[in-house]
Design a protein around this ligand. Structure first.
Ligand code: NDP
Length: 280
């Protein structure tokens, strides 16, 4: 019987997730549909309920709803609890939702397996403390990075993320205003949505050391300003979030269907498409 899946967020019309899940389903011979549903903070709950009533089995949740999704799940995986944010929901038999968070596993898999980065002991700067930052921070710590500095436009959210991570000797919330004094990092992760409006506060070259890698969780045009800064300032690797998008989708797919899809062909197809969109 055909199963129904969706991704909720706003703006959602350009989401690549329906295409990724259709490709995974094609590989695995699973009969499903996967649609993008526009939803904001005010109507997310109602739209998720309507989706469930229409037979929805699972969904991905994206910007800016991941923390709201965590709050409405009846139970959640340990990694989602640590993140306080959910990007994947699975329908329980009683109609309630179980939350999980595959963003961190997706990022770590992309950086280590696709890009060959050794994350161990890397002194890491995380820009942002929203839903995506909350998802990736626990996985980066588990992957063995060194100290983690979290800086966010709204400082209280950086403090809250550091508190949730619960490793005070290793995780340091800081202010953008002090960024010139942070010193060098081995990994800089842009988990903000700043390119969609306003742009990031200026980043000093002093953040970049001899082996610094930079990753922007966004992709396409939204990743251009940060990756241009990274390349111009000598970062060794500068990676966008397309690989993470495909890997987190594969992780969600495996949770829903018990099958791990092959991500390389899907990543290759989307990389060509993303490059075409950026130059179009
Ligand atoms: P949220 O809305 O939850 O958080 C947005 C974050 O960006 C907050 O930390 C916010 O700071 C910060 N921010 C926004 N504008 C600015 C600005 N002008 N200057 C500085 N900081 C700013 O979004 P998400 O965390 O869900 O998503 C963040 C990014 O990650 C998006 O670009 C999204 O597309 C990408 N992403 C990519 C994924 C992938 O698979 N590749 C998966 C998930 C997300 P404040 O708290 O002060 O508002």
């Amino acid at each position: 019987m055909r199963k129904h899946y969706a991704v909720f967020g706003t703006p959602i019309s350009h989401s690549l997730s329906p295409r990724i899940h259709a490709a995974f389903a094609g590989q695995s011979g699973i009969d499903l549909d996967y649609v993008a549903i526009e939803a904001g903070a005010d109507d997310f709950r109602a739209k998720l309920e309507a989706f469930a009533a229409a037979g929805g089995s699972g969904a991905n949740i994206t910007l800016p709803l991941k923390e709201a999704a965590f709050a409405l799940c009846r139970d959640s995986s340990e990694r989602a609890v640590r993140a306080g944010a959910v990007n994947t929901v699975i329908r329980n038999e009683d109609g309630s939702w179980r939350g999980d968070n595959t963003d961190g596993a997706g990022l770590v898999r992309d950086l280590t397996e696709r890009h060959g980065l050794d994350l161990r002991a890397r002194r890491t700067l995380l820009l942002g403390a929203g839903g995506a930052a909350r998802g990736v921070a626990p996985a980066l710590l588990d992957a063995g990075i060194g100290e983690l500095t979290v800086v966010n436009r709204t400082p209280q959210r950086a403090d809250a993320l550091a508190d949730a991570l619960g490793e005070p000797g290793r995780v340091h919330p800081r202010y953008f205003g002090d960024i010139a004094a942070f010193g060098e990092f081995d990994l800089i992760v842009n988990a903000t949505s700043a390119a969609r409006g306003g742009g990031l506060p200026g980043l000093p070259r002093a953040l970049v050391g001899r082996r610094t890698a930079a990753v922007d969780l966004s992709y396409g045009e939204a990743a251009i300003p940060f990756l241009a800064w990274a390349r111009a300032n000598g970062c060794h690797d500068a990676v966008d979030g397309l690989g993470m998008l495909v890997e987190q989708a594969a992780e969600s797919f495996a949770l829903w269907h018990g099958v791990r899809p092959d991500t390389d062909a899907v990543f290759a197809a989307l990389s060509g498409r993303a490059a075409a969109l950026v130059t179009a």
